[in-house]
Design a protein around this ligand. Structure first.
Ligand code: AHR
Length: 496
């Protein structure tokens, strides 16, 4: 099979905002307790942060982490999670039917985020709470001192303000599962009023309004249109969430599902632009794809979960080689929408539908999906190029003709290298022809491949490196992509 990628140095999609390599930590399952935080673990530091997990997160170079939820945030009382840990209340979390001990809270997270070299993207409870709790939280986090809430933070040991720039106005407020679900008018109003209060405090803070919980919601995209009618001029981003699954064990259909993400983004962009036109607004609405991943392996186990535990085993998907291919395609979709998607969060980061898994008291290891995310985060920063892919296709019942080659290309910030991210969706090897106008001196400097003969292969504590990316010799013959593989081809442009 043969495929071609054509690009022109002058034709670009846009600058890649590094925050598209963001992730998410929710108070859910073992993301916090047993994940990033486990006092007493042999690898924990003095704060109880697991150093083995921190090392893996630093390797991923995640620029922003959304916190503390997710569905959890919609009945979260943030004041419970600050101050002396011994005095914090234990609460029932209704979203995940768990017990929240609040031994890890706001201050701990902000400290952890600094240690992990990442920024906090803080979500506000607009389910059970409203403007007052939100404005107090923002004051607690960001005001230097001399007011009730900022002085309380100082009293709690954080003299310096947290300096959190990015805030989510609630979570999935259209979802019937959400504590405090709202109609689009109810949500649009509270989002507008909360945004107003926050921007009065500091107009430089960036706000994300909730879009639909996924593109299959019956109210999509009317939800987006109504919500933005209320708050278009007060917010900076609209959120998108979507999870992908292979319930039917149909690999070609699963690999095609990234086309659904592509179309979902196109529809949200069109809806935002419709509202912009209605409002005669000069401002483009940017997108925050703040929950995306493969999620289905753990659903059966979760239906048998015993409620009201601290740190239960929930959403612990063990990812296969197939899942890593889909994640590679989903990253390509984000890169191909770099002009509008400015923030994205792989949901989630540790243990809960995550690239990193741990055992309580034991090891931490990389799941299969770690690898495409790692290489995109490493080499996918700069300018996303407008590429044309010529590839044989296959027929998919949901998405029509799907190309066997899925690709994206990023020219590095300094223009010295070009990275091509490729997923070969076919069972055949694929000969690749790259034509790059304006970049006539390309020479291959690195070639990284993720593949495994067994598409159901997984990484576990006993065999953590079964599925791992391999660096191949860069000078190996004509460019051939292995069957059902994820490949990164990195070229020197010879320009710097
Ligand atoms: O990421 C898991 C859950 O998925 C989040 O809590 C929620 O926002 C979404 O439905």
């Amino acid at each position: 099979m043969k495929a071609r990628v054509s690009l022109d140095k002058e034709y670009v999609i846009g600058a890649v905002d590094k925050r598209i390599y963001g992730s998410f930590i929710e108070h859910l399952g073992r993301a916090v307790y047993g994940g990033i935080y486990e006092p007493g673990h042999p690898k924990a530091d003095a704060d109880g942060f697991r150093r083995d997990v921190l090392d893996l997160i630093r390797e991923l170079d995640v620029p922003v982490v959304r916190y503390p939820g997710g569905n959890f945030v919609s009945s979260f009382k943030w004041e419970d999670s600050v101050g002396p840990a011994a005095k914090r209340p234990r609460r029932l979390d209704l979203a995940w039917k768990s017990v929240e001990p609040n031994s890890f809270g706001m201050g701990e997270f902000v400290k952890w985020a600094k240690t992990a070299n990442t920024e906090t993207m803080m979500a506000i409870n607009l389910g059970t709470r409203g403007i007052d709790a939100a404005r107090n939280l923002v004051e607690y986090c960001n005001h230097p001192g001399g007011s009730y809430w900022s002085d309380l933070r100082r009293e709690h040991g954080s003299k310096e303000p947290f300096g959190i720039r990015l805030w989510c106005l609630g979570n999935e407020m259209d979802g019937p599962w959400q504590v405090g679900q709202k109609t689009p008018d109810e949500y649009g109003r509270i989002a507008y009023e909360t945004a107003k209060a926050i921007k009065l405090f500091d107009p430089a803070l960036e706000l994300v309004a909730c879009g639909s919980s996924n593109g299959h919601m019956p109210t999509f995209p009317q939800w987006e249109a109504t919500v933005l009618d209320h708050c278009y001029d007060s917010v900076d981003y609209l959120s998108l969430h979507h999870y992908f699954h292979n319930d039917a064990d149909d690999l070609p259909a699963f690999l095609a599902s990234s086309v659904g993400m592509d179309r979902f983004i196109d529809s949200v962009v069109a809806t935002c632009d419709f509202v912009r036109a209605k409002k005669r607004s000069k401002k483009p609405m940017y997108l925050s794809f703040d929950e995306w991943n493969v999620w289905f392996h753990s659903k059966d186990a979760d239906s048998r979960n015993e409620p009201w535990q601290v740190g239960p085993h929930l959403l612990e998907d063990v990812y296969t080689m197939e899942d890593a291919l889909v994640v590679g395609c989903l990253i390509n979709v984000l890169l191909r929408h770099a002009d509008r998607v400015k923030v994205a969060c792989l949901a989630q980061l540790v243990n809960v539908i995550a690239p990193i898994m741990t055992d309580n008291g034991g090891a931490a290891w990389r799941q299969t999906i770690y690898w495409p995310f790692l290489y995109a985060s490493k080499y996918g920063r700069g300018t996303s190029m407008n590429i044309k892919v010529d590839s044989p296709t296959y027929a998919d019942k949901s998405f029509g003709d799907v190309p066997y080659l899925d690709a994206s290309a990023v020219l590095s910030e300094d223009g010295a290298s070009l990275a091509l991210f490729c997923v070969n969706r076919s069972k055949e090897p694929m000969e690749l022809d790259l034509r790059a106008a304006g970049l006539e001196n390309l020479s291959l400097i690195e070639r990284v491949e993720l593949r495994h003969d067994d598409l159901k292969a997984t990484n576990t504590a006993a065999s953590p490196d079964k599925v791992a990316a391999k660096v191949l010799p860069a000078d190996r013959g004509p460019l051939a992509l292995s069957p059902l593989s994820f490949t990164v081809l990195r070229y020197s442009t010879g320009e710097k």
